[in-house]
Every structure is written in C-alpha cells, then in structure tokens.
Design a protein around this ligand. Structure first.
Ligand SMILES: Cc1ncc(COP(=O)(O)O)c(C=O)c1O
Length: 445
C-alpha cells in the first residue's frame, strides 16, 4: 500500500481518516500491517476470486410470510439525519441522559463481588422490591426483564395463545401492535378519547371478541399523551374482570412526569387482573435494558417460565447497574432536571404550533412522556407528510402506524424531547409547515 502520507495527499483527507480506513481494512482482513515495513494487501484478499452473488432466493420460500411491521419499528429506532431537526424519537437525547451517574453506577456495580455471576432467576431482590413499590406489590411478584419491549413480548406470550385477539387502545404504541402480530395475536382496536379508553366500548369489545387480555397505557399514553381519567379506572378494571381477562398496563413513562403522576392502575387491582410493565430505558438511556413485570397469582409463574425459555435472565451487570443508579442520590436530581426540561420543550412546541402551524391541533397538552399527538386538516396524507417533512429537514412520526386498523383521521406524533431550544423547535415547526404546504392535497384557499 502507499504510505499514509501519500494516501492523505491522493484522497485529500486527514491523517485520522486514513488511519481509520486502514484500521477498518485491517479488521476486515483485507490489509495487514507489518511494523517497520508498511501495510500490505493480504495474500488471502489478493487471491480471493471476484465474488459471484449467491442465490438466496430459496430462503424466501423456506421462510414464508414474515411478522410484518418490523420496518416501521426499526425506523422508530433509527437516529434522524444529522442536519435534520428531530420532532421524533422515543428516548432522551444525549444531553438529558444521566451519563455521569450511570458511569459511576456501572463502576460500582462492576466492583460488586458477584457482578458477573448468574443472578437469581427472577432478578436481584432489591431491584424487584424497587419495581414492586409503586404498585404496592410484593417483591416476589416481580420479574426483572430485559427492557420494556421484551417485557411486553414475554407477557403477551405468557397470557395468550397464537390466533387469539388482544384488545388494544386505538391508537397505540406501534411496538405493541408489532409484538402482538409476531406472537400470532390479532390486535383489536378499542377507541379512546381525551380521557383515555372508552370503558363502554371496552366492555363491548370483550363481549364481542371473547378476548382474554387488554393492552393499555393509562399514564402518558404513547402516542397521545393521555392519562386515563380517574372516573374510568374502576370501569376499565371491572370490564376486564367481568370478561375474566387480564389488563396489561404498560407504564413506560412514569418517570417522565411533569408533576406527580397518578398511581399505576395496578395499584387499584385486588384480583390479579393487571400485569404491570415498567421500563427504565425511557428516563435513562436506550441501552439500560431493564424492566420490571409485576403480576400477582399463577400468571407470575407463567411469566418466569416464558423468560427462562427465551433468555434465562437479563445480564446481571446491567441489573446491578440499574439498582445502583435508581438507589443513588443522583436519581431524584436527574428526574427533576429531566422534568423541567421536558416541560419547557413541551410548552415551546405547543407555542410554535399555535404560531407557525395552526392547522395542526394538539389533542391534549401532555402532562408527561415526550410526545404530542396532533390532528391534521382533513384529507392530509400523514405518511406522505412525514416523508415530505424529512425532505424539508425535520423528522416527525406519521400517525397511521399507531392504528391497528383504519385511522379515523390523519395525525402526526411530534416528539419534543430531542430538540433543545425553543428556536430549534420553532424552526422544526416552520419546516413542517412548508412540508404540509408542499403536498398535492394542500388547498391554499
Ligand atoms: C409505550 C412503550 N412501551 C414500551 C416501549 C419499549 O421500550 P424499551 O424496550 O426501550 O424499554 C416503548 C418504546 O418506545 C414504548 O413507547
């Protein structure tokens, strides 16, 4: 190979870029470095015949139909382009993550004598106690799982069998729709309004479908930000109980509350109706993949069996780190700081919408979480708008993937967590307004 200096000059790149490229080629086995004599194309790479593309088409026949919906889920986890303003994304941005507290927690965790040994199968006892507390349950009712999504998948498979219906709020978290379909279930929409799911329609849906479970997010629902009204809590539980069904409560955003949140629905349940899911990722970092599943009665045993077969247990160092973090003095400070920032960003987004895009009307001003659910003018294609918005330099979530069936009206999910300043949020909304006006359906009159 030419010298690094020659490569730097020939390709007009910095020495750092050249050394990174060489490191990559070395890792791939394409070049080898011999200290003192230079870098050489490896004999193996030099001899390798030009590859003929293999024919994998037989696999499509062998695999058959796929689970569907995983592309939109993967898109949800893909970071926006660097030059775009993000009005999308489901995790705290770097600047709001508790990175120093986490570094300290993981260092302390790694020094614990049994950090790398197998944990108790259901999770570290102190962590189970921490997850049990808000529900008013016993630590022995908790199973520690590897993140909210895993907790959801395990619960669906523990409670239901393929082919069965699962009642879901409409709209709902698209990862729940995807997980339900992957488990062979049929998500059945139950409409909600600004006060949460409609208990009368829930009871009707139980009666019509014979469903044995209802998946819901009573607190800071994703995508709408809704909180289940106090007067609806008992009717929802009663509807499930009358049907002999479980309520799967996804309490994913409890730690992103702007003021004291209502207690979990599970705290009102005396009969083992509610399986409560709590995740740590949303208030921390995406990779602190630790969640708690709290469930009373024989379903707990079923849940533990499901996780055992899947993955045994979440890695102990991560459980130890989570425990160190949530029991440290830094934890309440972190939550307070995040809450104040999210409030400022929520208000700035609401103001920017009112000023620059009055056609997009928020359903509610969310009291927690990170998303605002906005209505669009009739006839707007929300998926086309999300694409146009990206082309205009702002990323937003189209509403359609959040509906298990036909959406009643076009909507967008706008996330206010990722963009730091009011000016950036306003610029994001101005770009979105330009995108809306660029659509063929836009009627300037
Ligand atoms: C409502 C809801 N539940 C669960 C999850 C899964 O989160 P995690 O697996 O990172 O804990 C998400 C993530 O977006 C969510 O929005």
């Amino acid at each position: 190979m030419p010298s690094s200096r020659a490569l730097t000059e020939r390709y007009r790149v910095s020495p750092v870029t050249v050394s990174r490229a060489l490191a990559l080629l070395t890792a791939e086995g394409v070049v080898v470095t011999r200290p003192g004599s230079g870098t050489f194309v490896s004999e193996h790479a030099a001899r390798r015949a030009p590859a003929r593309p293999a024919d994998f088409s037989w696999q499509s026949v062998a695999l058959g139909e796929g689970p569907g919906g995983t592309e939109t889920l993967a898109a949800l986890l893909t970071p926006p382009p660097a030059d775009a303003i993000a009005l999308s994304g489901g995790y705290l941005p770097l600047a709001l993550q508790p990175l120093r507290a986490l570094a300290a927690a993981s260092a302390r965790a790694a020094r614990r004598p049994y950090a790398w040994q197998a944990p108790p199968l259901a999770g570290l006892p102190e962590l189970r106690a921490w997850f049990a507390a808000p529900v008013g349950a016993e630590p022995s009712d908790v199973l520690v799982a590897g993140g909210g999504q895993a907790a959801l998948s395990i619960t669906l498979r523990a409670v239901l069998r393929p082919g069965e219906p699962l009642l879901v709020e409409s709209p709902t978290y698209q990862g729940a729709i995807t997980a339900a379909r992957a488990a062979g279930l049929r998500p059945v929409p139950v409409p909600m309004d600004r006060h949460g799911v409609r208990p009368d329609l829930l009871a009707e849906a139980f009666a019509r479908t014979g469903a044995r479970a209802f998946y819901c997010q009573p607190t800071f629902h994703n995508p709408t930000g809704t909180v289940l009204a106090p007067g609806r809590r008992a009717p929802v539980l009663a509807a499930a109980r009358a049907a002999g069904a479980f309520v799967i409560e996804d309490d994913f955003a409890r730690h992103l509350a702007l003021a004291a949140p209502p207690p979990p629905l599970a705290a009102d349940d005396a009969h083992g109706t509610v399986v409560h899911l709590a995740s740590l990722t949303k208030a921390t970092v995406p990779s602190l993949r630790i969640a708690g599943i709290t469930a009373r009665g024989p379903v707990g045993e079923r849940l533990r069996a499901c996780q055992l077969v899947d993955s045994y247990y979440p890695a102990r160092p991560l459980q130890e780190t989570a425990l160190e973090l949530v029991t440290s003095p830094a934890w309440p400070r972190h939550l307070r700081a995040v809450s104040a920032e999210l409030r400022a960003r929520r208000d700035a987004l609401a103001l920017a919408l009112a000023v620059h895009l009055p056609e997009a009307v928020p359903d509610t001003l969310p009291g927690g979480g990170m998303h605002m659910w906005v209505g669009l003018p009739r006839g707007t294609d929300d998926v086309a708008l999300a694409d146009a918005a990206r082309a205009h330099g702002v990323t937003v979530g189209a509403g359609r993937p959040y509906y298990p069936a036909e959406p009643p009206a076009p909507r967008l999910r706008l996330s206010y967590n990722a963009t730091p300043t009011a000016e950036d949020l306003a610029e994001g909304v101005r770009r979105l307004a330009r995108a809306l006006r660029s659509l063929p359906s836009w009627d300037a009159s």
